[in-house]
Design a protein around this ligand. Structure first.
Ligand SMILES: [Zn+2]
Length: 396
């Protein structure tokens, strides 16, 4: 038996008036997902355990069959893994955004969490400058993509509060500064970065070109190295992942999966859906289980774009699900799932049990007549670990 998991990120939603009280999943034309629901096993999964915020990192851990309550140490360590950064046992990784702050003596405001959409090349210049002036045996900056970078604090502190900068756009930062053990050190790094970045010629050029300067770092999402038991040990299957998103790749790598680069997979609305499906089939030749993650419906939801969301769901159906159904062998079991709800009305993630289908080619089960949407699976809710245990038939 071979196994394929298809994750449509953030597909679940609330009923929308404009859609006559239906959700994007309900109105989307998706004959293949619906067929799987009618002929498969339907259920609901809770990917965000009690007390966790509904982040993609927590949800991804659940969908890979790991209980976040046991294994989650923070967002930054997962991203660090996907960027190939080795963390020592006591090292603490922080997500390091290049941001734009509106700085004045009276109040400082988070103007843009993305440093004015800074490019990867520009960001590299600024991260190099930070390493040159602030980097030492204790603190090290690692360049990532666009505004998303990592700072590692050797033998550092992590027991402090921190806030994602995208949650405080337009707000005064005072109430959201880190608090707790080690917070003063983190704050002083953020302050120091403002001197260094403020004087950088690249930011002068950006201002002249009418762009926002990336004039500060913002440190958050900290944690120590996360250690997952290997998927091969836990579920006895050798796996690979097709994804463009760092968090999903990071969890994959922690689980011992291969996560190869896929040409055309952007993690955005213009992603090459068919290339992803083909890559998944290709990987299935020498793996037992392949995860395919498509970020597009989540991006559309964050933008509050209902039409794009519906289109993204339809494209997953036509260009991922259909292709996989057609090209996979008879002995293939599929898991169709979404990681969390990203309601259009909220433009952000929301923790609620989400529907899943387990479908086996050529095996007709009782299924769910409504097809695949928020109603699928009724009221019985299981955990991610239970879902993967059920799907793989292997005790977690
Ligand atoms: Zn999201």
């Amino acid at each position: 038996m071979k196994y394929i998991v298809i994750i449509g990120d953030g597909m679940a939603d609330f009923p929308i008036d404009e859609l006559g009280g239906k959700t994007p999943l309900m109105v989307a034309n998706k004959p293949f997902m619906n067929m799987m629901a009618r002929e498969g096993f339907c259920g609901k999964v809770n990917t965000i355990p009690e007390g966790f915020s509904p982040g993609s990192d927590v949800a991804a851990m659940s969908i890979f069959g790991y209980d976040p309550a046991k294994y989650y140490t923070g967002r930054a360590p997962i991203e660090a893994v996907s960027m190939g950064i080795e963390l020592g046992d006591k090292d603490v990784a922080f997500r390091c955004n290049l941001v734009n702050l509106d700085i004045s003596p009276e109040k400082t405001i988070m103007r843009d969490y993305s440093g004015g959409h800074i490019t990867t090349e520009e960001a590299r210049v600024l991260i190099d400058a930070l390493n040159e002036k602030m980097g030492n045996d204790m603190f090290r900056f690692f360049p990532g993509v666009s505004y998303r970078h990592i700072m590692v604090w050797k033998d550092g502190e992590w027991q402090m509060s921190s806030t994602p900068p995208h949650d405080i756009t337009g707000k005064e930062i005072n109430r959201y500064l880190p608090e707790g053990t080690g917070a003063e050190t983190v704050l002083s790094l953020m302050k120091k970065s403002q001197e260094i970045l403020g004087q950088n010629p690249l930011n002068e050029e950006r201002k002249k070109a009418g762009k926002l300067p990336a004039n500060s770092i913002w440190l958050w999402g900290q944690g120590t190295r996360s250690k997952l038991p290997l998927f091969t040990d836990k579920f006895h299957l050798k796996g690979a992942t097709v994804a463009a998103v760092d968090l999903v790749k990071g969890v994959s790598k922690l689980a011992g999966f291969e996560a190869p680069y896929v040409e055309g997979a952007t993690g955005y609305l213009d992603t090459d859906y068919r290339a992803k499906a083909s890559k998944a089939i290709e990987l299935l030749a020498d793996h037992d289980i392949v995860y395919v993650h498509v970020e597009a419906p989540d991006e559309a939801s964050h933008n509050g774009d209902m039409k794009e969301k519906i289109k993204a769901i339809e494209r997953i159906d036509a260009d991922v699900v259909a292709v996989i159904l057609e090209k996979s062998d008879k002995d293939t079991r599929l898991l169709m799932v979404t990681d969390h709800a990203t309601p259009i009305s909220m433009k952000t993630h929301y923790a609620v049990p989400v529907p899943f289908i387990i479908y086996e080619k050529g095996k007709k089960q009782a299924g769910c007549e409504t097809g695949y949407d928020e109603r699928t699976g009724g009221d019985k809710v299981i955990s991610g670990e239970e879902m993967i245990t059920l799907f793989t038939g292997n005790k977690g």
